[in-house]
Design a protein around this ligand. Structure first.
Ligand code: ARG
Length: 484
């Protein structure tokens, strides 16, 4: 069967369902003013329960806080409040145990919970939605969810930083080529290179923290868009749900998804950092580089080539940044041009959000795994660091310091010496002194001290530089800044 004919079979199913539905009174929660049930297609495009059931925890704790407040304010009786809360707790357990029957026709998590509450406690359930709308409800749930997602990501990023720092500590004097344009540039220490990623993830964490502070305000009580005429106490739900304050404009509160845009922007940036690290892992374990070896736990074989060890985890961590960036684009476009206040377009905020979180989470975990048991090929790194005349800059610096030659001039002299070494097919330190003298007669034997990669890295003692001593200092610093 072709895809085409099976999809037309699917539309036949919709037709059949729609015929049997005709003239049946609507049973939806909002069905009062309708004569018939929605079409099966209407139901399917409208329903979000398949993905927003993930908000059940947030939905139920927010409902409990709301019910408590309603009772405290005498908007419902104390007894009704207790009954509602007891019912909600039971629903929570049912969902946790996988015993809850989610129904597409009940649209979303909010109506699935409320409808079940009615089955359990009867008509009192109908009082829970007093002074509230799904519009402030979903915004509250989603803020709580993102707040939790941020704390999970922060913890994992911190763990990744820790593993990078531990590896850096073991490699403060491991020498490798540092690259610009992916061409050998100057010798650096591997520990120093790893600390660059510690910085990136540190910035990601501070962006997450910042986003978490800004999103942590309480929309509950904004109702549909206008606020409510019931004497609610917004401070009490704010306190109960650990928000810092109630939102101050009910129209903004129900239509604002800035926190989703922000979270996805940060996720995209973080995923790009993950992707750059992954790309380097892929390069480093290629046969051409052979700088590192991933453990068997983080390598995969080929179905045809028996010798292969592939860095699939790194490739996927690199690849998954695509869908995270995609989700960011998607929410930006959903919100662009959307009039105030709530429109159903906003329901499109969730799938990309959830998928991005899941993707980022597994990518960070994979990086933690790869970094934790990677083998470093120090000899190969050292050997590679000598290729490409990586100490030519040290030579130019020496000419400035020892012979008082202006840098521009010393750069040219150094370049001519490199050309000579290339012609003789040797490295800079392998040239005889006479060759140096043939280009600049004042050069003396001391020059050889700065031509070794070991002395080159040792000399880079500027703050934040690559010398083993400085790297050790920055490791201590990083522990204090990020791991305490
Ligand atoms: N499922 C909806 C969403 O995610 C909840 C809000 C529905 N509001 C409404 N006015 N229909 O956005």
């Amino acid at each position: 069967r072709s895809t085409l004919s099976s999809s037309s079979a699917a539309s036949d199913v919709y037709k059949r369902q729609d015929i049997t539905r005709e003239n049946k009174q609507s049973s939806t929660i909002w069905g009062g003013r309708f004569n018939s049930k929605p079409s099966a297609i209407m139901e399917e495009i409208n329903s979000s329960i398949s993905f927003d059931k993930r908000l059940f925890h947030e939905d139920i704790i927010a409902s409990i806080a709301h019910a408590q407040m309603l009772a405290k304010q005498n908007i419902i009786s104390k007894g009704e409040g207790l009954k509602i809360i007891k019912g909600l707790k039971r629903i929570y357990k049912e969902i946790e145990k996988g015993k809850f029957n989610f129904k597409t026709e009940l649209e979303d998590i909010h109506m699935n919970v409320e409808s079940r509450l009615k089955e359990i406690i009867g008509d009192t359930a109908g009082k829970l939605h007093t002074a509230r709308s799904r519009n402030d409800q979903v915004s509250t749930d989603l803020r709580l969810w993102v707040r939790n997602a941020i704390s999970i990501l922060d913890k994992e990023l911190k763990e990744l930083q820790k593993r990078l720092i531990v590896l850096a500590e073991r490699n403060t004097s491991t020498i490798m080529p540092g690259f610009t344009h992916l061409q050998n540039a100057q010798p650096i220490t591997f520990g120093h290179h790893l600390l660059a990623y510690v910085e990136m993830f540190g910035r990601d964490r501070s962006r997450l923290l910042d986003c978490s502070k800004r999103l942590n305000i309480n929309p509950l009580g904004s109702a549909a868009l206008a606020g409510t005429a019931f004497p609610i106490d917004r401070q009490s739900t704010t306190k109960e749900l650990n928000f810092t304050a109630p939102t101050t404009n009910s129209i903004d509160a129900v239509s604002d998804r800035d926190f989703v845009m922000e979270f996805l922007s940060i996720s995209a940036i973080t995923s790009i950092h993950i992707s750059r690290l992954s790309e380097e892992i892929v390069i480093w374990c290629s046969d051409q580089f052979n700088f590192i070896k991933l453990s068997d736990k983080f390598s995969t074989g080929s179905s045809i080539m028996p010798q292969k060890r592939n860095p699939d985890a790194a490739e996927l961590a690199r690849g998954k940044s695509g869908r995270i960036i995609g989700s960011l684009m998607s929410i930006l476009v959903v919100l662009k041009g959307l009039p105030l206040s709530y429109s159903k377009d906003l329901q499109e905020d969730k799938e990309g959000l959830f998928d991005s979180f899941d993707s980022l989470y597994i990518c960070i975990k994979a990086c933690i795994g790869m970094i934790s048991d990677v083998t470093i090929n120090k000899e190969k790194m050292l050997e590679a660091s000598k290729q490409g005349h990586t100490t030519a800059t040290d030579l130019a610096d020496w000419l400035v310091k020892e012979l008082k030659i202006p840098f521009r001039k010393s750069h040219e002299i150094s370049g001519r010496i490199v050309k000579l070494a290339e012609k003789n097919n040797c490295l800079l330190h392998e040239l005889p002194l006479d060759s140096f003298k043939s280009i600049e007669k004042k050069i003396n034997n001391n020059v050889f001290k700065v031509l070794s990669v070991e002395n080159s890295v040792k000399s880079k003692t500027s703050y934040g530089g690559t010398s083993p001593k400085e790297v050790l200092k920055q490791i201590k610093n990083a522990r204090r800044r990020f791991l305490k």
